[in-house]
Design a protein around this ligand. Structure first.
Ligand code: KG4
Ligand code: ZN
Length: 333
């Protein structure tokens, strides 16, 4: 079995995977939403302190599996440095004390493997990663061959959702809040500009939309509940329209050989986004893949699933020298 730890942002999580069957035997997550809620976003030092409290609790609750571990895995990049460091320190301690190898796992690869929990991985895959920290298109041919083909030039889409919820006075995190508000709203009531409209680059940008939202709310002043719903629906539509346009542009260039199209990350829990991208994948003859809802946001089962590939490939790392890297992600193409 492999024990996997995840602490790259504000969720502390642990999972145990069976090496032979690939089955997830244990998983538990302690989220920190409430603690960060009053600040309207993740406070790194607070996140790290809570990881230091929560990771030992998680390891304790997986105690019955510890004697059968063949390796320990941990997210080492990308993420908040101080948060990553807590998970890495815990994994180093387990690896050195139990004399088992350590696997350092890239968080983005983990999200890609959230598509393959309890099943075999299928490639070539084009994955859209949409979360609080990332918005990018990834071309994946195998565990070791993943590259970014499009990234965001500024903010992530998850951050745009979170900021929108704060601006509408609905707290943090905002994705699910905006989705719920949008359900009963008129998505055509307010017009937002299409980012990078006359820019042929395949890239994403959300800062302009966030700014347009701020200006709109300033112009509207006091808003009633229905107006808030209409704003949420129109804003969500604008965010997804941009994602869809740039992804469609990439697919229409025909410079990829993907057979599968996957959407991963916290924002992929959004039902509107799932159905829009399912339709887009179909339009281009690709088989669409989505993670079960419980594996869209950060979790350790996806890290355990990715760790299984690293273990099979023998990609062990020196437990006394684990690189903690906040910003690297995948190779860029
Ligand atoms: O993957 P994740 O848990 O953490 C990062 O790696 O960033 O993603 C969290 C993000 C947050 O911005 C949250 O607001 C967003 O995912 N999110 C959603 C939904 N559920 C979570 N965004 C849109 N619709 C949702 N239903
Ligand atoms: Zn994530």
């Amino acid at each position: 079995m492999i024990l996997a730890l995840e602490s790259s942002c504000d969720d502390s999580a642990a999972s145990v995977i069976d090496i032979e069957s690939g089955a997830i035997l244990f998983e538990r997550k302690i989220a920190q939403n409430e603690a960060h809620g009053e600040f309207g976003g993740v406070v790194p030092e607070l996140a790290a302190r809570l990881h230091a409290e929560n990771l030992p609790k998680l390891i304790e609750s997986a105690a019955s599996y510890l004697p059968r571990l063949k390796a320990v895995a941990v997210t080492n990049a990308p993420g908040l440095t101080v948060s990553l460091a807590e998970g890495v320190a815990a994994a180093q301690a387990i690896s050195l004390a139990m004399r088992i190898p350590l696997l350092a796992i890239n968080h983005i690869k983990g999200h890609v493997y959230s598509l393959f929990i309890d099943r075999a991985a299928t490639f070539p895959l084009l994955a859209l990663m949409v979360s609080g920290g990332h918005t990018e298109l990834i071309a994946a041919r195998s565990y070791d061959r993943m590259s970014e083909v499009a990234v965001t030039l500024d903010d992530s889409i998850g951050e745009a959702f979170d900021k929108a919820a704060v601006m509408l006075g609905r707290g943090y995190p905002g994705g699910a809040v905006i989705e719920n508000l949008a359900r009963d709203g008129d998505e055509n009531r307010f017009e937002f500009p299409l980012p990078l409209k006359n820019d042929k680059r395949i890239a994403f940008s959300f800062s302009g939309l966030k700014n347009s939202l701020r200006l709109l709310l300033e112009r509207l002043g006091e808003t009633d509940d229905q107006t808030k719903r209409d704003v949420a629906a129109s804003f969500q539509k604008a965010l997804f329209r941009h994602l869809l346009e740039k992804t469609r542009l990439f697919l229409s260039l025909g410079s990829h050989d993907a057979e599968y199209f996957g959407v991963v990350g916290g924002v992929s829990a959004n039902r509107c986004l799932r159905s829009a991208f399912e339709a887009l994948a179909m339009e281009f003859g690709l088989k669409s893949l989505f993670a079960p809802l419980e594996y869209c946001s950060d979790n350790a089962a996806m890290i355990a699933r990715a760790a299984l590939e690293a273990y099979r490939a023998g990609e062990f790392c020196d437990p006394s020298n684990v690189a903690i890297v906040s910003r690297i992600s995948l190779e860029r193409r």
